[in-house]
Design a protein around this ligand. Structure first.
Ligand code: HEM
Length: 147
């Protein structure tokens, strides 16, 4: 399994495929939540921490929950995000934050070891790759600032 970060270009939004439903099916909702929460914990001590509400525990918990709600929904699970937050509008929701290609790459790099660890837990590599590919491509859409 080879999880590569593709170079993106600001303003270029390549077509994106949703993660294969087999990923969530195999991982299960609780483990999936731990994956997203672990990513947020890794953000806290990263070079992109400044973008997130790391100094407010309550806000940070909410940020985690929203990310989980969205990712589980896009992965074929329950529509938690739509129920609690409404329309996806991911580009608009990221617009207040200055996200450049470097920040995108840091964000993705923090997911990489967490996803690689799932191989040892018996998750099918093709499913992991499918989730990674979604993050790799869709994150390009959210870059709104030149490096
Ligand atoms: C596929 C890639 C990504 C997905 C699916 C995603 C998803 C989300 C979701 C669902 C939210 C919550 C929005 C809301 O409920 O209003 C969010 C918030 C946020 N995202 Fe992302 N995101 C992605 C990539 C990134 C990247 C690359 C960065 C920056 C490096 C980033 C920075 C943020 C920030 C700063 C917030 C706001 C946190 C807060 O204060 O609540 N996101 N993201």
């Amino acid at each position: 399994m080879d999880l590569q970060i593709t170079d993106g270009e600001i303003g270029v939004r390549p077509p994106v495929a949703k993660p294969h439903p087999g990923f969530l099916h195999e991982v299960g909702e609780e483990r999936f939540k731990k994956l997203v929460y672990d990513h947020y914990e890794a953000i806290k001590t990263s070079d992109i921490a400044f973008l997130f509400p790391v100094f407010d525990d309550e806000d940070f918990e909410e940020a985690k929950e929203h990310a989980f709600a969205f990712l589980v929904e896009i992965s074929g699970g329950p529509d938690y995000f739509t129920q609690t937050r409404g329309q996806h509008q991911m580009v608009g929701r990221h617009a207040p934050f200055r996200i450049d290609e470097h920040a995108r790459k840091s964000w993705l790099a923090l997911y990489k070891p967490l996803l690689e660890a799932l191989v040892d837990e018996g998750i099918t590599p093709e499913y992991i790759e499918s989730f990674w590919n979604y993050l790799d491509i869709f994150s390009m859409w959210l870059v709104n600032t030149k490096s």
